[in-house]
Ligand binder design. Sequence first.
Ligand SMILES: [Zn+2]
Length: 223
Amino acid sequence: MNWYRISTGQFGYPQPEDTYLEETYDLAAGCPTCGIGKALRNAFRFRSEPKAKHSQFLGLNWVFDEVFVRDAVKHVFEEQGVTGVAFTRPVRHSTGEPLETVYHLRVSVILPPALRPDQLDTETCEMPKDPATVKFLTANSSRLVRGPFCGAVKFNYPQENDGQITMPASAFVSAPDIVRMNEWFGSGGSAGRPVLVSQRVKDIVDRMKWRGLMFSPIEIVNE
Ligand SMILES: [Zn+2]
């Protein structure tokens, strides 16, 4: 049984660029400094229909844990009975009307805590200790030196050939085809829960020759 973390290219910025976090998420559900715990509340607002006509999977800049798909993906996933997903329309910022060429892939099933953290770099939500870092962040009026600090830990996304996400097979027993990890990933003020898909989903994407989705294998261990 294979599982993959998925990611996309980034096209455009969530709107309004200065306040999309407050507009899109319930930030009170989480930490305002590190972003851990924030909960999606409203539809993402796009400036316009995304171009990238040949990509069936797309993402927005700054938003690393949400995937948007073309209509064909919705149709085939539904036809094939892919579980763990729903599809909603993002909206055009200027009008508030639903977009017509893209859906938001909504993933709401969260796995139990299962990550084996051994190989990954982490960040703790706390006042930075390095004076040079503090000076730099202060000069940039960063929230990362103002707090509040919740003390929670997030994992940095592994780069190519640099650490891997390792999880026990037991985490996936009774999981649907598309899930979120329990653990939070990101850096600085950015935090999100990675989306994982089963081999069955990857097979469908490969068979359809859809473009725009990257698959990073999860290392599965038997306890
Ligand atoms: Zn925090």
